[in-house]
Design a protein around this ligand. Structure first.
Ligand code: C5P
Length: 227
């Protein structure tokens, strides 16, 4: 059977990674969550004091890019890959709201994007990959055989992200999560370099009112049309 490239883009917290992971497991494909890479670069900037409330030394972050090593390592016990920043497992830290607050500002920087896009293209060069993010169908793999664009109402999305963070033991309010989701969507959609837009040839899925299972089956039918 022919291996293809599947690009999944869309707004924050639409369940892109959940769907991508499900598909990759089912098809025996590699799964790459590109948001984790932007989050890891953001964590690096925070750890080194390049970014904080009302402060962002972009120049120093850009000059430090050659010293940022990002690696996904598969964790057999968990059944998915985890993000390593300079050999340290940062999977938990990158998901925290502090990182979510700054990540879209870091993702606006062209030098950051070109470094990560190059690495993403390398990971997908043999196909058999499901990659999720904001610019996968438009910039990273414009020739992907299947492109999905996911949406859902902001309230639905914020509720999902809120439930996730609470389950992990974070103390946070629903309003804070909603505000972050809306702010990131705005910055991501309005930036100059690789803004979040639906590719012309993408299939749009609004999953406000369909279950994960229904969504999975719908996308699997699309995959079968291409393989
Ligand atoms: O997917 P996730 O919500 O973890 O992504 C975090 C942030 O990383 C996004 O809000 C966006 O600013 C940035 N991002 C991006 N391009 C991608 C993936 C993520 O700009 N391909």
């Amino acid at each position: 059977e022919k291996k293809i490239t599947i690009a999944i883009d869309g707004f924050s917290s639409t369940g892109k990674s959940t769907l991508a992971k499900q598909l990759a497991n089912h098809l025996g494909y590699v799964f790459v969550d590109t948001g984790a890479m932007y989050r890891a670069v953001t964590l690096f900037a925070m750890q080194n004091g390049y970014i904080a409330a009302n402060f962002f030394d972009k120049e120093t972050l850009i000059n430090s890019l050659p010293f940022i090593k990002l690696v996904f390592k598969y964790n057999d016990a968990l059944g998915h890959a985890e993000m390593y920043l300079n050999d340290e497992n940062v999977e938990n830290e990158i998901r925290k709201i502090e990182v979510s607050h700054f990540v879209s500002k870091v993702a606006e920087i062209s030098e950051v994007r070109s470094k990560l896009v190059e690495q993403q293209q390398e990971m997908g060069k043999d196909k058999g990959i499901v990659m999720d993010g904001r610019d996968i169908g438009t910039v990273v793999f414009p020739d992907a055989e299947l492109k999905i664009f996911m949406t859902a109402s902001p309230a639905t999305r914020a509720q999902r992200r809120y439930d996730e963070l609470i389950a992990k033991g974070d103390s946070i309010t629903f309003e804070e999560v909603l505000e972050n989701v809306e702010e990131r969507d705005y910055i991501d959609s309005h930036r100059k370099d690789s803004p979040l837009v639906m590719a012309n040839d993408a299939v749009e899925i609004d999953n406000s009112y369909i279950s994960r299972k229904e969504q999975f089956e719908l996308v699997l039918d699309l995959v079968n049309e291409h393989t």
